[in-house]
Design a protein around this ligand. Structure first.
Ligand code: CMC
Length: 380
């Protein structure tokens, strides 16, 4: 194919490559539905456990269905000692590298690893969703010279994660903040990491391989890494009065304000609203309003002209300030995104397996053609 004839869609922008029942994203209206339910209702009224059920089975559960599903999640949290040993070996790595390595290691202990049937993939999705927080918390403690804390089946998914990180059960409000954060990150159609996971599934590779792919893709600062970068930026800014000069220098130098812009949203990312409100409330409650003030200054004073280009705040902008106030270090932010997204990756793989076709686009070759092979001894 020559470059004149090729219809190249760089970055696969606006390419619709398949159908999905997982989530609906209207980028112009700033609307997001999981399985038909509006993210605003889900963020305000649901729980992460219920969301995972909804994503996996397509319907909101009855109370008894939710109780049984929650019990399954709680019973699936522990990870083999051998995987803890692997985590010790990579203790000094970034938490996302440790998560990627540990999920890969978990495959060695997964009895259904190569069973790509829908039922087995969902069972594995439950286990990975439940085990993810155990991995992230174990790595975090080991790298600080502490022993991992065993999961506590009396706590919900979000509460148990925070408990395993710090060793202390969180209060209701903190638990709810983490729960909402997981809800907001659970699924987002064909984002880069879910697409990566689907590419892996499209070769009929297994769910663990697909989730490892998703983790690797999510790590970049243009995807899940943005929240970490936002917090680093806020720390460099330090105080609200420094925000103006910092941001103008950044943008004039061709830099990007992380936490703004999105491939699909040309309006505000609907997930951002929930984190904005919670960042403000938590900052005020803790007597530390400066992160929120810095972020709001950037949003309201610096980035306004960018709205004309369709660049608005995204889910990552306020997330980091909440984690920071909860005492969570920046390099854990992407892992928290990943923990929320495991159900979404699982569902995307289920959909891919259900009516599989190998995902294999083309590249327009633009290099030299038909060169003569010269033996090495004759090359000058
Ligand atoms: N700050 C300043 N300018 C920006 C930003 C930003 N955050 N984002 C995009 N632009 C500019 C970009 O420079 C380009 O300008 P021009 O037309 O003059 O060349 C224009 O807006 C279009 O940007 P693009 O890179 O072509 O748009 P894209 O759809 O390819 O990229 C993006 C989307 C998310 C990679 C980009 O907006 C970005 O880098 N944002 C910062 C990173 C970020 O916050 N990522 C998290 C995304 S949401 C969570 C998730 O799902 O991962």
């Amino acid at each position: 194919m020559t470059s004149e004839k090729a219809d190249i869609k760089r970055g696969l922008k606006d390419v619709v490559f398949d159908t999905s029942e997982a989530s609906f994203v209207d980028g112009q209206a700033g609307k997001l539905l999981y399985r038909g339910y509006n993210i605003h209702d889900l963020a305000e009224r649901s729980t992460f456990e219920e969301i995972v059920y909804l994503l996996f089975y397509g319907e909101l559960p009855t109370q008894s269905q939710l109780d049984a599903f929650d019990a399954e999640l709680r019973a699936s949290r522990s990870i083999p000692d051998e995987v803890i040993e692997v985590i010790r070996v990579v203790a000094n790595s970034h938490p996302m590298d440790a998560l990627r390595t540990a999920v890969s290691a978990l495959a060695a202990f997964e009895p259904e690893v190569n069973d790509n049937s829908e039922a087995a993939t969902l069972r594995k999705g439950v286990r990975l969703t439940a085990q993810g927080p155990t991995i992230v918390a174990a790595h975090h403690r080991i790298r600080h010279g502490l022993e991992p804390v065993a999961p506590n089946p009396d706590l919900n998914h979000a509460g148990n994660f925070l408990y395993m990180l710090s060793g202390a059960a969180p209060d209701e409000e903190t638990q709810k903040l983490m729960d909402v954060d997981f809800i907001l990150h659970a699924e987002h159609s064909s984002n880069a990491s879910a697409f990566g996971a689907r590419v892996a599934a499209s070769t009929l590779s297994d769910l663990h391989s697909a989730v490892v792919t998703g983790i690797g893709v999510l790590k970049g600062p243009w995807h899940g890494g943005a929240a970490e970068e936002v917090m680093k930026m806020a720390m460099e800014i330090g105080q609200p009065e420094n925000a103006d000069e910092y941001a103008r220098n950044l943008l004039e130098g061709g830099g990007r304000v992380m936490g703004f812009g999105h491939r699909v949203y040309r309006a505000e990312d609907p997930r951002a609203r929930h984190l904005r409100e919670r960042s403000r409330d938590l900052g005020e409650k803790m007597g530390q309003p400066h992160w929120f003030q810095i972020l709001r200054y950037l949003e309201e004073q610096i980035m306004v002209p960018y709205r004309a280009k369709g660049i608005f705040v995204n889910v990552d902008f306020f997330a980091g300030s909440i984690y920071n106030l909860l005492g969570i270090p920046e390099d854990l932010f992407i892992s928290i995104f990943a923990l929320g997204r495991i159900p979404g990756w699982t569902l995307q793989c289920v959909e891919q397996y259900r009516d599989n076709i190998l995902i294999r686009p083309l590249l327009d070759y633009q290099g030299p053609m038909d060169l003569e092979y010269v033996p090495i001894e004759q090359r000058g």
